[in-house]
Ligand binder design. Structure first.
Ligand SMILES: Cc1ncc(COP(=O)(O)O)c(C=O)c1O
Length: 416
């Protein structure tokens, strides 16, 4: 038997079924008509934002990176909760614009921005986080051609990394941002062209659960921003300190101590160099804000036995929720938190394997887990499915239909 990741606090049964946003799983399925289904609980997102704001020092802005979950009704609801949005493509920009978010609350980071994406960003008046000198040249040429004043920040590839992060984005050769030593010259050039320089973007990693490592990285980022500002001879209007806040996916993971991060950041800001005296600060998060708010519901369509092991085969799988399967073959596959949603509080008596409907041995949602006995027709829940779920999964693979998505506990429920 293998362990599953921890089910986030607050999930409970109503009439024996897992409830999401206070609504039973079967009722949620009935509302959209079918499985598979992603349900996002806006109440949980609100609670995360509120907790973060009370932990962070006053004035530090919270930005949502919509790559974590770009479901339009969720993005629209986030507009009232966060200060800014990070987009990674013209497609994501259109979603945020569609939510009615003002241009001065949007920034665009990501390597390989096409000319038409740069043009759309400049025309919209959003901030471009420049990833290279070449990208800066193209942005400046487009702005000159159209007569616009571009809003440009410089993304820095820091010499340090976020310790313990699941995905490191600094401290090495990378396609993201400019190496530290090249940044001051570009800043001077941007300012000389008459562009509106918006400051620095420093993103050192993702999915870290060690608060001390995040505190150390934020302090290093502040020191780096100050050094770069001094060398460039220009104070940044904004220092975007990135994020990297992780959530506990696997057995043994513990939730992030966000209050310790807030205290550490307050301390680092109080000690910041004079070059940053007038700067504003932001942190940019995706997963931590929305990950725990999402549940993927899928129905058991077969129960079979092979060589003494039980397989529950569901109508969803890795084409919707790739990360739970182990991202196309992890060296050591670990189980996300899973449950039998339709028998959430029943006695656990069965060791089973939950697999998806794709014709590949990689399509596994849970290995050798102890759960209540489940039959054909029961609902399986994969928790922690609110970030990097549907849009980070190979949904076209094998031609199965797309899952529905549902936002609950909002002002109005949204289905697509
Ligand atoms: C530039 C940038 N911002 C924000 C994020 C969101 O990170 P997370 O979802 O871990 O908070 C990422 C993730 O890769 C990123 O590359």
């Amino acid at each position: 038997m293998k362990a599953t990741g921890p089910i986030p606090a607050g999930f409970r049964a109503i009439d024996g079924e897992l409830a999401i946003g206070g609504v039973r799983a079967s009722e949620l399925v009935a509302r959209v008509g079918d499985t598979p289904l992603f349900v996002y609980d806006l109440g949980r997102v609100r609670a995360q934002v509120a907790r973060l704001r009370s932990a962070l020092p006053a004035g530090v802005a919270v930005h949502y990176a919509i790559k974590a979950n770009p479901f339009a009704p969720l993005v629209a609801a986030m507009a009232a909760l966060v200060d800014g949005f990070d987009v990674a493509s013209a497609g994501e920009l259109a979603i945020v614009q569609g939510a009615g978010v003002a241009a001065d609350r949007i920034s665009f980071a990501g390597p390989g921005k096409r000319d038409d994406e740069l043009a759309a960003a400049i025309a919209a008046g959003i901030t471009l986080n420049l990833e290279s000198e070449g990208e800066a040249d193209r942005a400046l040429r487009i702005a000159e051609r159209t007569g616009a004043t571009p809003r440009l920040a410089v993304r820095v590839n820091p010499a340090f990394e976020l310790r313990g992060s699941g995905m490191r984005m600094g401290g090495r050769a990378t396609p993201f941002g400019l190496d530290e030593d090249r940044v001051p010259a570009l800043v001077r050039r941007l300012i000389a062209t008459g562009a509106e320089w918006r400051g620095f973007h420093i993103f050192a990693g993702s999915q870290a659960l060690d608060a001390a490592a995040i505190v150390a990285t934020q302090a290093e980022s502040l020191a780096l921003a100050a050094r770069l500002a001094e060398t460039a001879g220009a104070s940044p209007p904004l220092v975007n300190l990135g994020g990297g806040f992780g959530i506990p996916y696997f057995a043994g993971d513990a939730p992030l101590d966000v209050e310790a991060i807030g205290a550490g950041l307050a301390d680092a800001l109080a000690r910041r160099a004079a070059a940053l005296a007038d700067a504003e600060f932001a942190i940019e998060l995706g997963r931590w804000l929305v990950g725990e708010a999402g549940v993927y519901l899928t129905r058991i369509i077969d129960r079979k036995e092979s060589q003494g092991r039980i397989f529950l085969i569901v109508d969803g799988g890795m084409h919707h929720q790739l990360a739970a399967s182990g991202n196309l073959g992890a060296a050591v596959r670990r189980n996300y938190p899973v449950a039998i949603a339709s028998r959430f509080d029943a006695f656990q008596e069965d060791v089973v394997n939950i697999v998806g409907c794709l014709c590949t041995p990689l399509d596994r949602l849970a290995d050798d887990v102890m759960l209540p006995r489940a039959e054909i027709g029961d609902l399986v829940a994969v928790l922690l499915a609110g970030a990097y779920g549907l849009t980070a999964s190979p949904s076209a693979f094998l031609g199965h239909r797309l899952p529905r998505e549902l936002l609950v506990n909002g002002l109005a429920e949204s289905i697509s």
